[in-house]
Design a protein around this ligand. Structure first.
Ligand SMILES: [Zn+2]
Length: 733
C-alpha cells in the first residue's frame, strides 16, 4: 500500500461513492403527470399510448389502420397539416420486402422557415409494431411522446418547419422510412431525430450520430434534461448489423441523432411490451429530450452543421455532456502520451523508476485484464451449463440479473486485488507508472483506430500524470475512472447480455487497474475473501434461477402445414412441459430450407388441420422466344407475412408492378394480393412456393395442445421462430 491504511480506505470509499453516484444518476427522470402547457408531461402522452398499444398492430393489419387513424385525428386536432402517404414498396434487403406502407406526415409550419433555407427538422418514430406484441415501448412510447411534443409546440412555435413523421413497416425492414426517402429525398431535411426502444425501460440513450456530428451533439448536450450519450457507444453500434429507420435517412445523406431506451429486454417484441410494463420515466425522458431538441434546433440555421466535424463526447453523471472536436482529442492524446513518456524517462534518469519495474507492473495489469475477462467468461459458461433454461431467454438474460452483475463486478475486483499482491515487489512509483503506461497504450491505440473511444483513457491518464511525482495523488486517476466507467460498463452488460458480460468486465478491468496502487497487497487473503463474495453472489443467482408466472419461460411452437404433411416445430433449446405435449420428449432435429424456418428446429408429426392455403393464379402466359408468365399471389387473410420463392432454372427476370425483383425470395407483408410477371427461357415452367405466416397459433392448433402453463409465454420475435402457423403451397405455372 502506498499510504497509511486509513487514508487509503477513505480514498477507496470516496472512489466507490463516485462510482455509485454515477450509476444512480443513470436513470430516467421521474414521470410528470401534468406540467405547464409548453412542457412535456408523460401523464398526457400516456393517454395516447393507451389508445395505440391496445393490441399488436403490424404493417398491413386492421389494428395498424386503427392506430394510424388515431395519430391522424390527434395531429389534425392539434392543428398540424397532416397527410397520409401510401406507397408500394419493393425493398431489396435481407431478401426482397414487398408492402404497401402508409406513413403519417404531420407538418407544423415554422414562423420563419427561411432561417434554414426551408429545411425542416424531422422527428421520426414508427407506429407499426411486431405481430407478437402491442408495442407500448417499441415504438408506441416515441409515437405518443411525439404527439405530446406536437401539442407542446402549439403553445409557441419555432422558426423552422417541424415535420413529425410516423412511419409504417419499420419492423418489416424500415419500409416506411424507405418510402419517405424515395418520395422526398433528404434535401428538405435539416436534421433527423429518430426515437426507438429495445426493452421497456431505462433512460434514453442517444446512441447513434453520423458524420459532422459536432453541432448536433452540442445541441443535444444543451437541450436534454439528462443528456446520456458517448462516442464510444456510437463507435460500437456503427459496427453492428442493427438497423432502424435512422439507417435509411443516414444512408441517404441526412444528419441526425438516434435515441432509444434499452432496459428490460424481456419485454422487447413480446406480449408484455404493454402499457402496464412500460417505464413511465422512459416516456418522460423521450419527451423531455424531444421538446428540448425541438426548441434548441427549431430556431437555428440547420444548414450550419455542414463541415462541423466529428465530436468526441461523453456524459458525466447523466447530467453534463462533455464534448470536443475529434482533432482536439487527437492533439490532446498526442501531448498526453508524450508527457507521460518524458516523465518516465526523467523518472528513470533520476533513479525513482526502473524500466523493469514499470514494464513488470504494466505486464501484471494487462494480465489482470485478460484473467478478469477469462474468469468471467468461464463463470458464465458454468452458470449456463448448470442452468440450461437460460437458453430460452432473450440474450440468455436471467430475470434476476442483479446477482450476476454484482457477481461479475466483484469477480473482476478479486482479480485486481490479486494483481496488486503480485505487483507489490515493485515500488509504489513504479506501480503508478506501470498502470499509466497501459492506459497510454490504450489511448494511443483508440485514438488511431477508434477516436470516439479515446476519452475512456484520455482523462484518467492526463489527470493521473501528477501521481508520477507524488504517489499520494494515485487516487486521482481511479476517481476520474469512477465517474466515467460504471454506467458505461453497466450499459454494456444490458446491451450485450450476460453471456457477453466478460466483454464488459474487460472494460471495467481496464479502468480498474488504475486502482492497483491503492489496493491491499500485504497478503493473499483479501483476494481470496473478495473471490468468495463473488462466488456466493453468482451461486445465489444461479440457485434462484427458474421460471414462474411473473418470470415466464419463453417457448414456441410452429404448426407447419406443408405439401407433404403437417409438422410441429420449435426452435427452443429443448421441449418443455407445454411443447412436449406435441413434440414428445425426444423430437427429431431438422434444418428446413424454408425462409424464416431455416434455423435448427425440433420437429414432430402433426395432424392435418386443413388450414386455408395461400393461392397463386395465372393471369396470362405467352410463349415465344421468351416465355412470359403473369400470376397473382393471394395470401390468406389470416397471414401477416407471406414468403414467395421462385424457381431459378431458366428464369431471366421478374418484376412486381414496375419494379424489377433483384432476388428469388420475396416477403410480402399484409393480406393484399400482388401481381408478378416473370420472363423465362422458352418452354420453361416457373415453380412458385408460397408460405403464409400467421401470428400466433390458430385455435384449431391450440385445441390439440391445450393452454400454455402460466409460467411460460410465447417467445418474442427475433432470430428465434415464435408461435405461428405456416401454411405452404406449391404451384407450377
Ligand atoms: Zn422499434
Amino acid at each position: 500500500m502506498v499510504e497509511g491504511a486509513r487514508r487509503v480506505l477513505v480514498l477507496l470509499i470516496v472512489i466507490a461513492g463516485v462510482g455509485v453516484t454515477a450509476v444512480l444518476g443513470f436513470r430516467p427522470p421521474s414521470p410528470v403527470a401534468d406540467a405547464p402547457p409548453a412542457e412535456f408531461a408523460a401523464g398526457r402522452a400516456e393517454r395516447h399510448l393507451a389508445a395505440i398499444a391496445q393490441r399488436p398492430h403490424p404493417i398491413g393489419s386492421a389494428d395498424n389502420g386503427r392506430v394510424r387513424d388515431y395519430i391522424v385525428d390527434t395531429a389534425r386536432g392539434l392543428g398540424a397539416d397532416v397527410t397520409v402517404e401510401s406507397d408500394d414498396v419493393v425493398r431489396p434487403w435481407r431478401g426482397v420486402r414487398v408492402a404497401t406502407t402508409h406513413n403519417v406526415v404531420a407538418r407544423v409550419p415554422g414562423a420563419e422557415p427561411s432561417v434554414s433555407g426551408g429545411k425542416a427538422l424531422l422527428l421520426v418514430a414508427h407506429y407499426d409494431s411486431v405481430p407478437t406484441g402491442p408495442g407500448a415501448a417499441d415504438d408506441g412510447a416515441a409515437v405518443a411522446a411525439m404527439l405530446e411534443t406536437l401539442r407542446a409546440l402549439t403553445t409557441g412555435g419555432v422558426r423552422n418547419d417541424v415535420v413529425f413523421l410516423f412511419t409504417d413497416g419499420e419492423e418489416a425492414g424500415a419500409l416506411g422510412a424507405d418510402a419517405y426517402v424515395r418520395r422526398h429525398g433528404v434535401d428538405g431535411v435539416g436534421a433527423v431525430l429518430n426515437w426507438e426502444a429495445r426493452g421497456s425501460g431505462g433512460p434514453v440513450w442517444m446512441f447513434q450520430t453520423g458524420a459532422d456530428n459536432a453541432p448536433l451533439v452540442s445541441a443535444f448536450g444543451q437541450a436534454s434534461s439528462r443528456p446520456i450519450a458517448n462516442s464510444f457507444a456510437y463507435e460500437v453500434y456503427r459496427r453492428m448489423p442493427n438497423y432502424s429507420d435512422f439507417t435509411i435517412f443516414q444512408d441517404a445523406g441526412a444528419r441526425g441523432l438516434n435515441s432509444a431506451f434499452i432496459e428490460h429486454v424481456h419485454d422487447y417484441h413480446s406480449p408484455y411490451d404493454d402499457l402496464s410494463r412500460l417505464d413511465r420515466g422512459s416516456l418522460q425522458h423521450h419527451g423531455e429530450t424531444m421538446v428540448g431538441l425541438v426548441r434548441a434546433l427549431g430556431d437555428r440555421d440547420l444548414r450550419a452543421g455542414g463541415g462541423g466535424g466529428d465530436a468526441v463526447y461523453f456524459d458525466l453523471f447523466s447530467r453534463v455532456l462533455v464534448h470536443y472536436p475529434t482533432w482536439l482529442a487527437v492533439a490532446l492524446a498526442a501531448v498526453t502520451v508524450v508527457a507521460l513518456a518524458s516523465a518516465l524517462v526523467a523518472g528513470v534518469r533520476s533513479g525513482r523508476l526502473r524500466w523493469p519495474g514499470v514494464l513488470g507492473v504494466a505486464g501484471v495489469a494487462v494480465g489482470a485484464v485478460v484473467v478478469a475477462g477469462a474468469v468471467s467468461f468461464g463463470a458464465w459458461a458454468l452458470v449456463a451449463a448448470v442452468r440450461p433454461g437460460l437458453g430460452f431467454l432473450a440474450l440468455s438474460e436471467p430475470h434476476e440479473r442483479g446477482w450476476f452483475v454484482a457477481g461479475f463486478c466483484v469477480l473482476g475486483s478479486a482479480v485486481l486485488v490479486a494483481a496488486a499482491r503480485v505487483a507489490r515487489r515493485w515500488s509504489p512509483a513504479e506501480v503508478v507508472a506501470g498502470v499509466l503506461v497501459v492506459t497510454a497504450v490504450l489511448l494511443a491505440a483508440t485514438t488511431v483506430a477508434v477516436p470516439g473511444a479515446g476519452f475512456l483513457f484520455q482523462w484518467t491518464l492526463l489527470l493521473g500524470l501528477p501521481a508520477l511525482w507524488t504517489t499520494r495523488l494515485a487516487f486521482v486517476a481511479p476517481l476520474v475512472a469512477a465517474a466515467i466507467f460504471p454506467p458505461l460498463v453497466g450499459t454494456m452488460m444490458v446491451a450485450l447480455g450476460m453471456p457477453l458480460s466478460a466483454v464488459a468486465v474487460v472494460f471495467a478491468a481496464l479502468a480498474g487497474v488504475l486502482l492497483l496502487p491503492l489496493l491491499p497487497s500485504g497478503s493473499w487473503w483479501p483476494a481470496l475473501g473478495v473471490t468468495a463474495v463473488a462466488v456466493v453472489l453468482i451461486a445465489v443467482g444461479t440457485a434462484r434461477f427458474g421460471f414462474a408466472p411473473d418470470e415466464p419461460r419463453p417457448d414456441s411452437l410452429v404448426y407447419l402445414q406443408d405439401t407433404g404433411g403437417a409438422s410441429w416445430l420449435s426452435a427452443d433449446p429443448a421441449p418443455d412441459e407445454w411443447t412436449s405435449r406435441v413434440l414428445g420428449e425426444n423430437p427429431e432435429r431438422v434444418t428446413l430450407p424454408y425462409p424464416a424456418l431455416d434455423k435448427p428446429m425440433m420437429r414432430a408429426a402433426a395432424p392435418d388441420l386443413r388450414l386455408p392455403a395461400p393461392g397463386v393464379t395465372a393471369v396470362a402466359a405467352t410463349d415465344g422466344p421468351v416465355r412470359t408468365v403473369t400470376f397473382r399471389v393471394t395470401p390468406n387473410t389470416r397471414a401477416w407475412r407471406t414468403h414467395v420463392t421462385l424457381s431459378d432454372p431458366g428464369r431471366r427476370s421478374c418484376r412486381l408492378g414496375s419494379t424489377d425483383l433483384p432476388g428469388s425470395v420475396l416477403d410480402l407483408y399484409g393480406p393484399s394480393s400482388r401481381e408478378i410477371t416473370c420472363e423465362l427461357d422458352p418452354g420453361t415452367p416457373l415453380e412458385v412456393a408460397v408460405a403464409d405466416q400467421w401470428a400466433g397459433l390458430p385455435t384449431e392448433a391450440t385445441a390439440l395442445i391445450g393452454p400454455r402453463p402460466p409460467d411460460t409465454m410465447p417467445v418474442q420475435s427475433g432470430s428465434r421462430a415464435f408461435d405461428a402457423a405456416v401454411v405452404r403451397a406449391e404451384f407450377r405455372l
